[in-house]
Design a protein around this ligand. Structure first.
Ligand code: GLU
Ligand code: MG
Length: 438
């Protein structure tokens, strides 16, 4: 006999999912009262160290209050039972919202966006990951049926586990990189989309582990290796759910409001970038010629654009209003999905309230675009390192004003400690440390 377990979880500044577990038959009581939590936990780094000094020290208490709508079953096939998981908001002991709760940050961004524009953000996080030290052949056979079949039943089990948890999986494919896979899920309202991203990584790692392999979403796993991106898809609807992102009469099909939204993201991209890709290895991925991000512009038919207009297809019954979406390609798994999506929404909202002009839409291959045209359509410079990315954030008062100062300061001390720790490692150990952490 075993006692089934349920867990109340949060996701921290280094995108680790942490929390506390209890007997699942006591779940109703825990839904009401939550579980204790510690403010200083926000200062944990990806390698399990609490970084000090930090704004919280050893003082104070918070609580994890689960959101019942997030309740999911994570299936564990290795003879074990499903584990019930609940994502939570962090509150003060008196029940008021804790200002540094990452989920509350997104929730507030969503409600401010709705209040100020009357619109809603719909999103989906597309994930890439790699198998570590897999000894099966074939190694690198992108998109092939052979790869798919060789690794079965891994794909079927991943899709089933995602369905069991209510994540609405769409596609599963062997990606271009060595032993790389991609998994996509259906778009959902912003908070649901970020919740799903948080669970997806855990579910995929768990299923892959049960198949005797190890998965890592780390942005770069070896020198000059392919990158694992997290592409954040974004679209807007009105309050009734009618899509408002597409307008075929305008350049790139981008509606007037979506144009302002996109311009806001690009205007603030250089500063918010570090909150969407937050590790020392992130900036090895984000470079030209890697199909990740070659420049901070809006592109169509171009996988080097920070913000890409996804293609429309004229398949039978196609609904272009619904299909049309923007893809932010600068994110990776080392950022917290609640914070990453929250800052994109804040930036998009700033673009709308500042009435920014729509970005120029660049079409086609970068090599065929005149330098002048590219420069005129570009909004900033992709940071070359994590240090530079942190400086970009702390140089921008507008982006800083979106986040509580203690959260920002904790992020800064954790990231500086992470840089110090990882820069002392030799490259292979650094890639390994991140592959193990993510
Ligand atoms: N692996 C690429 C990245 O790091 C993305 C490739 C693609 O799906 O376009 O973002
Ligand atoms: Mg891909």
């Amino acid at each position: 006999m075993t006692t089934p377990v349920a867990a109340i979880l949060t996701c921290d500044l280094v995108a680790q999912v942490r929390g506390r577990a209890f007997p699942a038959d006591e779940i109703e009581a825990y839904k009401r009262s939550g579980s204790g939590w510690v403010p200083g936990n926000l200062a944990l780094d990806p390698f399990g160290r609490i970084i000090t000094p930090n704004p919280f020290g050893s003082i104070g208490d918070t609580r994890l209050i689960p959101d019942p709508s997030t309740q999911s079953e994570v299936t564990n096939e290795g003879g074990g039972q499903a584990v019930t998981v609940l994502l939570s908001d962090i509150v003060n002991p008196d029940g008021s919202a804790w200002d540094c709760c990452p989920r509350t940050f997104l929730r507030n961004a969503v409600s401010d966006f709705e209040a100020e524009t009357g619109l809603r953000v719909v999103s989906s996080f597309e994930h890439e990951f790699m198998l570590r030290d897999a000894d099966r052949v074939p190694g690198n056979k992108p998109f092939t049926l052979e790869s798919l079949l060789t690794y079965e039943p891994m794909g079927s089990k991943v899709l089933q586990a995602l369905r069991d948890a209510g994540l609405e999986p769409e596609m599963w494919l062997p990606e271009f990189g060595d032993r790389q896979w991609e998994v996509t899920i259906a778009p959902a309202p912003a908070l649901v989309a970020a919740d799903r991203a948080i669970l997806l990584r855990e579910i995929v790692r768990n299923v892959v582990r049960e198949q005797g392999e190890e998965a890592t979403f780390s942005p770069i796993v070896e020198e000059d290796g392919g990158g694992n991106g997290v592409h954040i898809h974004l679209s807007l609807t009105d309050a009734a759910g009618t899509p408002v992102t597409f307008d075929k009469s305008r350049p790139g099909g981008l509606s007037e409001t979506a144009g302002k939204f996109a311009a806001g993201i690009l205007k603030y991209a250089e500063a918010l970038q570090v909150l969407t890709a937050s590790s020392a290895v992130s900036y090895e991925r984000l470079a030209p010629g890697r199909w990740s991000v070659g420049g901070m512009f809006l592109g169509e038919n171009n996988r080097e654009a920070l913000l890409r207009i996804c293609p429309l297809f004229n398949t039978p019954g196609a609904n272009h209003d619904k299909q049309y979406n923007l893809e932010y390609r600068g994110a990776d798994v080392t950022s917290n999905p609640w914070i990453a999506l929250g800052v994109l929404i804040r930036a998009g909202l700033a673009g709308i309230t500042e009435e920014l002009a729509a970005p120029t839409v660049l079409s086609g291959d970068l090599s065929e675009i005149a330098q002048e045209t590219l420069d005129a359509a570009t909004y900033g410079v992709m940071p070359s390192t994590l240090e530079v990315a942190i400086e970009g954030l702390f140089a921008n008062e507008t982006v800083m004003s979106w986040l509580p100062s203690r959260l920002l300061e904790t992020f800064r001390v954790v990231k500086l400690a992470e840089i110090e720790f990882t820069s002392a490692l030799d490259p292979d150990d650094r890639y390994r440390a991140y592959a193990e952490a993510y």
